[in-house]
Write a protein that binds this ligand. Structure first.
Ligand SMILES: *[C@@H]1O[C@H](CO)[C@@H](O)[C@H](O)[C@H]1NC(C)=O
Ligand SMILES: *[C@@H]1O[C@H](CO)[C@@H](O)[C@H](O)[C@H]1NC(C)=O
Ligand SMILES: *[C@@H]1O[C@H](CO)[C@@H](O)[C@H](O)[C@H]1NC(C)=O
Ligand SMILES: *[C@@H]1O[C@H](CO)[C@@H](O)[C@H](O)[C@H]1NC(C)=O
Ligand SMILES: *[C@@H]1O[C@H](CO)[C@@H](O)[C@H](O)[C@H]1NC(C)=O
Length: 344
């Protein structure tokens, strides 16, 4: 009788200890699901605070291991921190420390994680108990990966347009960041073109920002919102997302149609076309087709900026005739917009 009681007591105690030790070890994986190509960062953070000195008197190491085969129980070493050697890793960026008075942790981070990182991850906290025996506590988490779908792309695009529209933050962007942004936009655009078979929501949200002309000889013209910020590469990428390109004026007929469309938009001082003479002064070519600009209706006294004004624009104050202007990459001197041409 006496023995049974003692045994039950021991059982209860060990259960309690087990639960408490588990609570000492925290494992945090962000995110649990990698969206391939869009997730910027995957991190695994294991932290440990000893709350019960009788079960583990001393923490010796925190180890992250991983099993990549779903059917196998084999775990491979990824990274660790221990009291003898400090930090070690075979993958990712690792940080961490063992602090037996306060919190110990190990964090493993991958940037632009690839789908090869999926699998079951395990955090182990190894220490000693009062009798010098090794005590190990383990936590596990599963990392999965999915391919981006139209919804994910939309979210990214919306974030990106938010950044672009918030002018003060754009001003702070360094040119390297701008390049990155343009690359992202380019990637999203090609990815959307590949995958988007029925993406009405995507097209709608994209188009809603533009003023759209009637149909003329198979094309419509999309006028961007008026802004003090103008990045020509960004304008190109946006036209491409709309399924078109920066407007190429081919004839007087086309010019007159565009002019009649623009008359309603008096907020803009200048509006950019796809024409430029960046490669050779006064040799006006189209950005998209790379062919010569077929029709230019110069305003009086234009062009007059020489090699400092290499972009062809419509000019409100001269009845929407044309002028050469700086190809601004950021802050424009004028309230500006750009015009995309999209064939139907
Ligand atoms: C890891 O998680 C712990 C507990 O939530 C937290 O205190 C610590 O700041 C985290 N470390 C990192 C690098 O995120
Ligand atoms: C699993 O990981 C081990 C060690 O990192 C590696 O040798 C093996 O090729 C991986 N297997 C698969 C199927 O990824
Ligand atoms: C280990 O982490 C360091 C710094 O956190 C990192 O620079 C290094 O590339 C990593 N090693 C491997 C093999 O990934
Ligand atoms: C209409 O477009 C076609 C090709 O897109 C072009 O060849 C033709 O000259 C255009 N017609 C007019 C009147 O601009
Ligand atoms: C959406 O726009 C693309 C061009 O960017 C076009 O190819 C596609 O047909 C459009 N889809 C719908 C459903 O309107």
């Amino acid at each position: 009788m006496m023995e049974m009681c003692a045994m039950r007591y021991f059982l209860l105690l060990s259960l309690a200890v087990f639960a408490e030790l588990q609570a000492d070890l925290l494992m945090e994986v962000k995110p649990l699901d990698i969206i391939v190509g869009l997730t910027r960062q995957l991190s695994i953070n294991c932290s440990f605070i000893r709350t019960d000195i009788t079960t583990m008197v001393k923490l010796i190491s925190l180890v992250i291991t991983r099993s990549n085969e779903t059917d196998s129980q084999r775990f491979y070493y990824q990274a660790s921190v221990d009291v003898f050697d400090g930090l070690n890793n075979v993958t990712g960026d690792v940080s961490g420390l063992i602090d037996n008075r306060h919190e110990s942790y190990i964090t493993l981070t991958w940037y632009s994680p690839r789908s090869t990182l999926i699998g079951a991850y395990s955090c182990e906290a190894n220490g000693e108990n009062l009798h010098g025996q090794v005590v190990t506590v383990t936590k596990m988490a599963e990392v999965t990966a999915t391919k981006p779908d139209v919804e994910n792309l939309l979210d990214v695009l919306e974030q990106q347009s938010y950044i672009l529209e918030s002018q003060s933050s754009l001003l702070k962007l360094q040119s390297s960041q701008l390049t990155k942004l343009q690359e992202d936009l380019g990637q999203i655009s090609s990815s959307v073109n590949e995958k988007c078979i029925c993406c009405e929501r995507f097209n709608k949200s994209l188009k809603s920002k533009y003023a759209i002309s009637g149909l003329h000889n198979g094309s419509r013209y999309y006028l961007s919102p008026a802004s003090w910020i103008l990045v020509m590469k960004e304008a190109e990428a946006q036209c491409e997302l709309l399924g078109g390109y920066l407007t190429e004026v081919d004839s007087e007929d086309e010019y007159l149609f565009i002019k009649n469309f623009l008359v309603a938009y008096q907020d803009y001082e200048i509006i950019y076309t796809g024409g430029h003479d960046e490669d050779l002064e006064n040799n006006w070519v189209n950005t998209y087709s790379k062919s010569p600009v077929k029709y230019i209706k110069w305003a009086q006294g234009q062009p007059n900026e020489g090699t400092s004004g290499n972009c062809l624009t419509f000019w409100r104050d001269q009845g929407w005739t044309m002028a050469d202007n700086k190809c601004f990459q950021g802050v424009s001197q004028y309230m500006a917009g750009y015009l995309c041409e999209v064939s139907e």
